[in-house]
Structures are given as C-alpha cells and as structure tokens.
Design a protein around this ligand. Structure first.
Ligand code: ADP
Length: 322
C-alpha cells in the first residue's frame, strides 16, 4: 500500500493531534504517502485532501483539538454518500484509510469496509463507550480535567457548606462520572447504568450533613435520568437536607486541552498500529489497547457497545462515601 489517508470525525477529544502525528510519521517510515483529509467524512466527500509530510505534524503533540478539523456528516449515513467518498478516495489514489473517532465514526468506517474499501479505525472518544479496547484516546485527559474541576468545586463547597451536583459528559456511559467520582472523593455518583432513587440521593446528602462533612459532592453523568437540573429542582423543595444545593455543568471544557502523558503515548501507539494494520492487510479492524498490548477487533464488533460498569468499581465508590 503506497498511499493512505487519515481523518478525524465526530466528537473531538484531546488525543487526536498526537494520533494524526503518529499516523503520518509511521506511514512515512513505512515508505507511504500520507494524505490528510479535512473535516472528517464531509471533507472526504468534498475532496478536501492534501499530502502531509513529517514537518506538517511538528509541534502538535501538545495541542488539543485536531489540525484536520472534524465534522458530523449526514450524507455519510446514506450509501450514496459513501459511494461519493470512495470515488474521491480513488480520484486521489488513496488505497487505505485510517479513521479516528467515536462510535458513530467507526460505524461509518465499518460500512466503508463492507463496501470493499480498506479501512482501519482508531477509538477516539472521551465517553469510553467502544468495545475492543480498555480505553479510548482522550478519556484519560478528560478524566483529569474533570478531576481538576471537582477539586476546585470542593474548595468552594467546603467554604460555604454546600452540596454540589457536577455534571460530566457521558450520554450512554457512566465511565467518566464513576472514575472521576472515585478520584475526586465524591459522596455519590449517578450514572445511566445504575438506578438510584430520589430518596437514596436525599438520604446521602442529609447523612453527609449529619456526619459533619463540610460539603457533599455528587457527580452526575449527562445520561442519568431524570438529569441534573430536574434533580436540583426536586432537592430545592426539600429544605431539610442540611446543605443547600448548587449545580455545575462542566460541558465542553472536557473535550479540550493538551493530552495527558498517558493519552499521548496511547494515541501514538494506536496511530502507528493502525498504519501497520493497513500495511499488513488487516482491513476492517479497529486497533485497541487491552492487557497491556495492541489488540485488533473487527469494526463491527467494536461498535456493538456492551461494556458494563465494573461492579467492583461501583462498590468501591460507595464504600469510599463514608
Ligand atoms: P462520534 O464518532 O464521536 O460517535 P457521531 O456519532 O456524530 O460522532 O458520528 C460522526 C459521523 O460518523 C456522523 O456525522 C456520520 O458522518 C458518521 N456516522 C455515524 N453513524 C453512522 C452510520 N450509522 N452509518 C454511516 N455513517 C455514520
């Protein structure tokens, strides 16, 4: 394979630039031309493509975001959009494609593979909702960003003796909330995978107050129902919990910033592994990280998300709430 393309698609995360850099440099080391495709599948359909050399990815390893840009592309859901994309790839002489992105982007990549185009996926999403890898690029950095915020909110919560609801990203998956809750010493974590009643939540807040804690921190995953704001409203009607309640939605700050050391190394390993998978003819696979080594998983299995919250981790979070 002499010429490959690389694109970043869907939700961004802090590990994308280190991964692009690895794809470009490993591709060049293997004697390939590497073509950068801008704006994900949208730029692929429109032919926003140019060659990248080793210098073009210099100085980006410590920059968040993606130098290629990313986008959501409705046309790619249709076979006709994917046909246009393959036509563009052929026009540019691109023989294989590395797609860096989340569940949706890898679903698109899987469809491209089914249409016969050589493609390898790299899991990039802060949600950590992709099977076939213990952890996706960007998760570690996002966790550290959340932890920094929890520590800071704890300071103000302690000063005023308040309960805080802190919302993290994670529409279907409570991974970020659970891990940051444990690391941040939260009194309670609310995640979509586990039902928690209003009475349990109110009880936790009241108990923290009675025990003499100076604050009560509750980390709420975005996908937990009925949601942080509805919960805050309900809690506001219960004036007898001891603490008054405030809310903070961390939002898009979780996607930005320089990648952590862990994410830079992971992104570099997975980016290079993706190029090597293409070179070795392992098409239609996703490169992942498990048992301390690179593992390949068919894209169609990687997107069939079945990861579950570890019961041990959940139990540990509850024990630490004392
Ligand atoms: P992420 O990759 O972060 O999960 P999205 O779910 O928004 O982000 O997906 C990014 C893009 O991937 C979509 O805009 C679309 O172009 C493509 N995509 C997502 N799901 C599919 C699908 N089922 N079939 C084809 N393309 C898809």
């Amino acid at each position: 394979m002499k010429r490959i393309g690389v694109l970043t698609s869907g939700g961004d995360n802090p590990g994308l630039n280190p991964c692009i850099r690895a794809v470009v440099r490993d591709g060049i080391a293997l004697g390939m031309n590497v073509m950068g495709i801008r704006r994900g599948y949208a730029g692929l359909i429109d032919g926003e493509i140019s060659e990248m050399d080793a210098r073009s990815v210099g100085g980006i390893i410590n920059h968040g975001g993606t130098i290629l840009g990313t986008a959501r592309c409705p046309e790619f859901f249709e076979r006709s959009g994917r046909t246009e994309a393959i036509r563009t790839l052929n026009r540019f002489g691109i023989e294989g494609l590395v797609v860096i992105g989340g569940n949706g982007s890898l679903t698109g990549a899987s469809h491209l593979h089914e249409m016969g185009f050589p493609v390898v996926g790299v899991p990039g999403t802060i949600d950590n909702d992709i099977s076939g890898t213990n952890i996706s690029i960007g998760v570690d950095t996002a966790l550290n960003t959340i932890l920094d915020a929890i520590d800071k909110i704890k300071d103000t919560a302690t000063s005023h003796n308040r309960a805080f609801l802190i919302e993290t990203m994670g529409r279907h998956c409570g991974y970020l909330a659970l891990k940051s809750g444990i690391a941040g010493g939260a009194e309670l974590v609310l995640i979509p995978e586990i039902e928690t009643t209003f009475d349990e939540i109110a009880h936790t807040i009241e108990t923290a107050y009675i025990k003499g804690k100076p604050h009560c921190i509750i980390v709420v995953a975005e996908g937990w129902k009925p949601g942080m704001e509805a919960l805050a409203q309900q809690l506001a009607e219960h004036k007898d919990l001891g603490f008054s309640v405030r809310i903070t939605r961390l939002g898009y700050v979780q996607r930005g910033g320089a990648a952590s050391a862990f994410d830079r190394v992971l992104a570099t390993r997975l980016g290079a592994a993706a190029v090597e998978a293409l070179a070795g003819g392992d098409y239609g696979q996703m490169v992942g990280w498990a048992r301390d080594e690179i593992v390949l998983t068919p894209l169609k299995d990687a997107i069939a998300f079945e990861k579950e919250i570890s019961p041990d981790l959940w139990r540990l979070a509850r024990v630490m709430e004392q």
